[in-house]
Structure formats: structure tokens, C-alpha cells
Design a protein around this ligand. Structure first.
Ligand SMILES: *[C@@H]1O[C@H](CO)[C@@H](O)[C@H](O)[C@H]1NC(C)=O
Ligand SMILES: *[C@@H]1O[C@H](CO)[C@@H](O)[C@H](O)[C@H]1NC(C)=O
Length: 549
């Protein structure tokens, strides 16, 4: 009897163990982990032919590309070897329930020199093209930005044939002044000067060659990583078929050139359907009196003919054509997104927003210095990240409602740590109202929103008749034309402290930003994750405990 019993025990123990392993693996192995180690250093770069101090990631300028698949967990350990505090933020990653990973000063303490921070980011329910950038101290003027591609899961169809190549284009304006000098200018109350040039992937005139095979189709993912200007992108002799905008698959319209405003990302398909030779890939500044242009080379395999002919001109000051183009960018309602269902199954246009928020930008002088403001409030950095102050109930750092939800009409502006309150599950209409002569670009962290309309002049309730409530794209960055408005719908389904900012970096630095605190009284992890165990603590949050007692 005894040996049998013993055997049975072993058997049941084995069954238990196998069951346990099975459960453990199905919990932990569902969404893969990708581990990255990034070393951030200074290094000499020569993007416009003169030596500058750049900020490199693992020795690279621009930084390494991130490739992920929907729902992957990215564990990115960032070591700061600079002599100044540093943070990386992620343009377009939604950090569901987890604004702790957003990497802006309102949510994270800076990584002190010589220290590191491990970000744990899940790209939950996301696909598409984005980029990362350094969020503090004008570091973005020195590099440390790079592309992010989130690929669809293999079983989910993408609405175009797999391209022969997938090429990231990080383009934008560039200054010869280093980031410290630019920072000093801003702090002394001046805006940034006109940039010195444009770069494509960190290089100037014909600094890159992209090789293609005749007859094949390539995906180009273009992001504007610049500081001050909208750009126009085009390729000599080739058309651009738009397929994706910040995670939304679009109607596949064909364009001869594409406007890319600050902080925006687009994917286009380009078929190498021209005679075998080399062609210019061009970016030029948009809406500027002086026009900066730079080029790369689209090289056909076996081509023996270098680039030739005039660099194809693009639109410059004209605004109407840009508005027209913006309105043609629409969602493909029958294509899959991050999930396999057709995107049209969520009818954003049938839901009535619970309220309207209007955000108006302005350029006031405060205490004799140039500042930028939203609804008369110019954002002032607190001494403690807002998210930490909120979590630890530290009084006096900010108060909810420190910025009005409508412009006050007057020209007065003041400095304040502006935080607007909103409730989890609200659907809000946000109108960006621009009374200035310059194009604005607005970004909202943690969200993808529907851009329902662009119109000129002052927005009123009657402007809603112009809305596209059927098939506009969902994205995270939108432009607002001069003396015009842009309206968005946003479903507040992500609890957290989220930065709303100008993507014009001088304006952002001098106060054109605020935080939206999307709140629920529930303390459930279903709604929001608690503070990460490894969170850096600073300011009035120093010495607090991030682990439960
Ligand atoms: C710094 O890196 C170490 C080694 O990988 C890691 O254990 C630690 O959690 C990191 N620090 C932070 C604050 O994330
Ligand atoms: C939309 O997506 C569907 C499904 O993938 C595709 O068949 C169709 O061609 C796309 N339509 C347009 C206009 O891009």
C-alpha cells in the first residue's frame, strides 16, 4: 500500500506543479517583454557642418529606433551620464492607467546625473508611428530623440500589402546654438530665433541615401521632431500614398507633398515606379518668410545617375492648401486598428460630449519677459512633480482648477502651475482657439483624440455644423491655423496626470502647457496603477515610501 500512496502523492504534486506552471505562464508570457539599456552621453555632432555638443543615446544621433508589437512591455533602463538632470518622454504612447511612465516633469522626477531610471511601458492596444524625445531643459535641441514603430500583431490584417522596406524619417529644424544657449535665451525672456537649417535623420543636405528597388513599394514614417516650424515633405517625381496617422489607418489618398506640423507623425507608401536614377527627397519649412530646405537621396538600385534638376518646390506661405489637405485626411472605417474589428464600429460622432473646454494660446509679457499662456495662465514648473504631489497628498504644489476651462477674454496673464480637472469616462469637446498669426501645434499625452473640425475665426456653437462626425482620424497631435480654431473629441478613458502642450518648444518652455488631471475616486488597479516601486523621488516627495508598509 505504502509505495502506491507515495506514487499517488508524487503524481498529484506533479499535476499541481504543471497546473501552476501553466497558469503562471499564461499570466506572465501573454505580452512579451523587450529589454533595452540606454546610455545617455554628450558627444560631438556636425549636423550642419559645424561641431556641436549633441546628446547621444548609446552613441547614436538620432537615438536608436524602438520596435514593438501591440501590447508589448518595453523595459527601458536609461542611464544619465550628462552633467544635468534628464528625462525621456514618448510622443503618442498612451501609458494606459500609467502616467507614471510618461517622462515629463509633471509626472516624473528628473534622473539626476550619474543615476538611472527604468521605464516600464506597455504599448497596450496601440499600433503606428511615434517618436521619443528628451523632455527637459531644451535637450531636444541637442538630440536624444528617435523613432518608435508599433507593429500590428501577426493575426491582425493591415490594410495594405507588406512593403518592401520600412523607413523612419525624423525631420525638423535645427539650431547651431547649443541647448544651453537656447535655454538661456528663453530664460532671459526671448523666444527662439529663426532656425539655422533643417535635418533629416540628423543630417543636412543630401546627408542620407535611401536605396529602393524599381517596382517595389516602401513605407516611410515621417515625424517632425523640430522645435519651431511646420515642414512639408515630398519626393521628386513620386507620389505619397497616406496610410497611417499616429495609429489610425487612413483612406489611402495620394498626395504630391505632405505638411507635417511640429510633433506629428505620418506613414506614406511610395512606389519606386520611375526610371532608374536618383531623386531628391525634400523637406522645407512651411509658413516661414525665409524658407529652409534640405534633401536626402532616394537612390534606385543600379542607378548611375545622381540627383539632378531643380529641387521640387513645395507650398510655402499658403495656408488654404494646408487646411484643405488636413480635411482630406480621414479614417478608413473598414480597416483594422490595434484590434481586428473595423474602426467604424466605434461611432464617436454619435456620442454627445458632456462639456466643452476651450484652450486659447497667447504670447503675453509677464514681468517684462516674453511668456506664452493658455487661457491667460502661463505654466510655472512646481518644485515637485504633480503626480507625486497628488499621490502622496502633498499640499501646496498645485490645485485642481488653477486654469479656467474657457479663455477669460482679457489680455492679462499670470504665472501658475496650471492643472485642469476632469472625470474618468467623460467625453469632452476641446476647442483650440488661436488668435495669433502663427500656426500652433498641440499635443495631449496619454490619449488619442478625434480631430472633428478645422475652421477660421472665432469658434462658436454654430461652428459644429462643419464637424466631421463620421470618419476623421484619431491622433495625438493637431495643428491650429492662424486666427482659426481646431476642435477635438476626447473620451477620457485613461486616469492620470496628462500634459497638454504646445509642440513649439520655446512656447512650451515658456508656459504654453498645462496638465489635465483625469480623476476617479476609485483606488483600484483596474483604473490606475500605484506609484512604481522604483519611482525617483524629489522635491517635497523626497523620502516618501513607494512600497506599502
Ligand atoms: C537602475 O538600474 C538598476 C540595474 O538594472 C535597477 O535595478 C534599478 O531599478 C534602476 N533604477 C531605477 C530607479 O529604475
Ligand atoms: C480600407 O481598408 C480596407 C480593409 O483593409 C481596404 O480593403 C480598403 O482598400 C481601404 N480603403 C481605402 C479607401 O483606403
Amino acid at each position: 500500500m505504502r509505495p502506491c500512496k507515495c506514487k499517488c502523492n508524487v503524481l498529484s504534486a506533479l499535476i499541481l506543479l504543471v497546473t501552476f506552471l501553466f497558469i503562471a505562464s499564461s499570466v506572465h508570457c501573454e505580452d512579451p517583454y523587450r529589454y533595452l539599456t540606454w546610455k545617455v552621453t554628450y558627444g560631438d555632432i556636425y549636423p550642419l557642418g559645424v561641431k556641436q555638443q549633441g546628446i547621444l543615446i548609446n552613441g547614436q544621433f538620432p537615438g536608436p529606433q524602438i520596435d514593438a508589437v501591440t501590447n508589448d512591455n518595453l523595459i527601458i533602463n536609461v542611464y544619465n551620464y550628462l552633467r544635468e538632470p534628464f528625462l525621456i518622454s514618448w510622443n503618442g504612447l498612451q501609458h494606459r492607467r500609467n502616467s507614471w511612465q510618461d517622462g515629463v516633469y509633471g509626472t516624473n522626477c528628473p534622473i539626476p546625473p550619474g543615476r538611472n531610471l527604468t521605464y516600464a511601458i506597455q504599448v497596450k492596444d496601440q499600433i503606428g508611428s511615434y517618436f521619443y524625445f528628451p523632455s527637459l531643459g531644451m535637450h531636444k535641441a541637442a538630440g536624444a530623440f528617435g523613432g518608435i514603430r508599433i507593429w500590428s500583431r501577426p493575426q491582425i490584417p493591415v490594410p495594405f500589402p507588406s512593403p518592401a522596406g520600412d523607413i523612419t524619417i525624423l525631420a525638423g529644424d535645427w539650431f547651431k546654438l547649443d541647448h544651453r544657449r537656447l535655454r538661456r535665451l528663453l530664460e532671459n525672456g526671448h523666444n527662439l530665433p529663426f532656425p539655422d537649417g533643417l535635418l533629416i535623420n540628423g543630417r543636412g543636405w543630401n546627408g542620407n541615401t535611401f536605396t529602393v528597388d524599381q517596382g517595389k513599394t516602401y513605407r516611410f514614417r515621417i515625424s517632425n521632431v523640430g522645435l519651431t516650424t511646420s515642414i512639408n515633405f515630398r519626393i521628386q517625381g513620386h507620389s505619397l500614398k497616406l496610410v497611417e496617422v499616429e495609429g489610425s489607418h487612413t483612406l489611402q489618398n495620394t498626395y504630391s507633398s505632405l505638411d507635417v506640423h511640429l510633433g506629428q507623425s505620418y506613414s506614406v507608401l511610395v512606389t519606386a515606379d520611375q526610371p532608374v536614377k536618383d531623386y531628391y527627397m525634400v523637406v522645407s519649412t512651411r509658413f516661414t518668410r525665409r524658407i529652409l530646405t534640405t534633401t536626402s537621396v532616394l537612390h534606385y538600385s543600379y542607378s548611375k545617375t545622381g540627383v539632378s534638376g531643380p529641387v521640387p518646390p513645395g507650398p510655402t506661405l499658403d495656408i488654404a492648401s494646408s487646411v484643405y489637405q488636413a480635411r482630406t485626411i480621414r479614417w478608413n472605417l473598414t480597416a483594422s486598428g490595434p484590434r481586428p474589428n473595423p474602426q467604424g464600429s466605434y461611432h464617436y460622432g454619435l456620442i454627445k460630449p458632456s462639456r466643452t473646454i476651450m484652450l486659447a494660446n497667447s504670447a503675453p509679457y509677464i514681468n517684462g519677459k516674453q511668456r506664452y499662456a493658455v487661457n491667460g495662465v502661463s505654466y510655472n514648473e512646481p518644485d515637485t512633480p504633480l503626480k507625486l504631489a497628488d499621490y502622496f497628498n502633498i499640499p501646496g504644489v498645485f490645485y485642481v482648477g488653477s486654469i479656467p476651462t474657457y479663455p477669460n477674454g482679457g489680455n492679462n496673464a499670470y504665472l501658475q502651475t496650471s492643472v485642469m480637472g476632469a472625470n474618468f469616462h467623460e467625453l469632452v469637446e476641446i476647442v483650440f482657439q488661436n488668435w495669433e498669426d502663427s500656426v500652433q501645434s498641440w499635443h495631449i499625452d496619454g490619449y488619442s483624440f478625434f480631430v472633428v473640425g478645422y475652421g477660421s475665426g472665432q469658434w462658436t456653437a454654430d461652428s459644429r455644423v462643419q464637424y466631421n462626425l463620421r470618419d476623421t482620424v484619431a491622433r495625438c497631435t493637431t495643428q491650429v491655423y492662424p486666427r482659426s480654431w481646431t476642435a477635438i473629441y476626447m473620451a477620457l478613458d485613461n486616469v492620470g496626470m496628462w500634459n497638454i502642450r504646445s509642440e513649439n518648444w520655446g512656447r512650451q518652455y515658456l508656459g504654453q502647457q498645462l496638465y489635465l488631471r483625469v480623476y476617479t475616486p476609485s483606488k483600484s488597479w483596474r483604473d490606475e496603477y500605484p506609484v512604481p516601486k522604483n519611482a525617483l523621488l524629489c522635491g517635497r516627495a523626497s523620502g516618501r515610501r513607494t512600497r506599502p508598509f
